[in-house]
Write a protein that binds this ligand. Structure first.
Ligand SMILES: O=P(O)(O)O[C@H]1O[C@H](CO)[C@@H](O)[C@H]1O
Ligand SMILES: O=c1cc[nH]c(=O)[nH]1
Length: 238
């Protein structure tokens, strides 16, 4: 059992709210904290992985970067769930579209996750672990999106260990209806399941790798803001 502060999160006991929003990018965490939270306090910056706690519509809420990939998400979400009493983590990431109907800036929710990651091998299960979202958080996000008149596409994500991939096989994943590729949801869902906690991955489509399209950086903020608002409202629903 690790003590707080943990090796990777330099924050004291009680530094995090029960719900944490987690973008991959720590600077996106800073943006959300400064733009949406009242009285945001920087609670950790170990390795530059910024984490903040503040208040959203009267409810304590935290936001912290996860870094890129399952190993990084695995470390931070484990420490948050097990040592900082965090109950809910909502990832707010970017993703590459696999499904042909998805457009740049669309927002997807990962009901289930297909993966090439071996993160959940550690459980030693006599079969295949199926990473899945918390239905409670998913329902709250779907409701929040509906209230905001924003379409939220719900389905399966591909969580890959590779951004640059010699044999990505995205066309093959397209055949089985996979929505989009990102890199952290499998570890997040596995850690939540093992800890008996809740997790959800929301992603904004930033690329269409099969079509060679990519969202210009100056346009990313607006569509990411839409996803942030869905996550923020979902986080405070009861
Ligand atoms: O925008 P974030 O949340 O980092 O998510 C996606 O972007 C990174 C790759 O560019 C990976 O972390 C991937 O999952
Ligand atoms: O993992 C990712 C994230 C964004 N865009 C991609 O193509 N892949």
């Amino acid at each position: 059992m690790s003590q707080v502060p943990t090796p990777h999160i330099g924050a004291p006991e009680g530094a995090f709210a029960p719900t944490v929003l987690m973008p991959g990018d720590p600077l996106r965490a800073k943006f959300i904290a400064e733009r949406f939270l009242d009285e945001p306090q920087l609670v950790t910056s170990v390795r530059g992985m910024l984490g903040y706690t503040g208040v959203y519509r009267g409810v304590p809420l935290s936001v912290m970067g996860s870094g890129m990939g399952c190993p990084s998400m695995g470390i931070y979400s484990y420490e948050l769930f097990h040592f900082y009493q965090v109950e809910n983590i909502i990832r707010i990431g970017s993703a590459g579209a696999i499904h042909p109907d998805l457009k740049l800036r669309d927002i997807v929710a990962g009901l289930a996750v297909c993966t090439d990651s071996h993160y959940s091998d550690q459980f030693g299960l006599p079969g295949t672990f199926a990473p899945a979202a918390s239905y409670t958080l998913l329902e709250r996000a779907v409701t929040a999106a509906r209230e905001q008149n924003v379409e939220l596409v719900v389905g399966s994500l591909l969580c890959s260990d590779k951004f640059y991939d010699d044999a990505a096989g995205l066309e093959t994943w397209r055949r089985v209806g996979t929505l989009a590729v990102e890199m952290e949801s499998a570890a997040l869902y596995a850690n939540a399941a093992r800890a008996g906690k809740r997790a959800l991955a929301l992603c904004t489509i930033s690329d269409r790798p099969l079509e060679g399209e990519s969202l210009p950086s100056e346009e990313r903020e607006r569509s990411f803001t839409q996803m942030m608002r869905i996550a923020l409202e979902a986080a405070i629903k009861r």
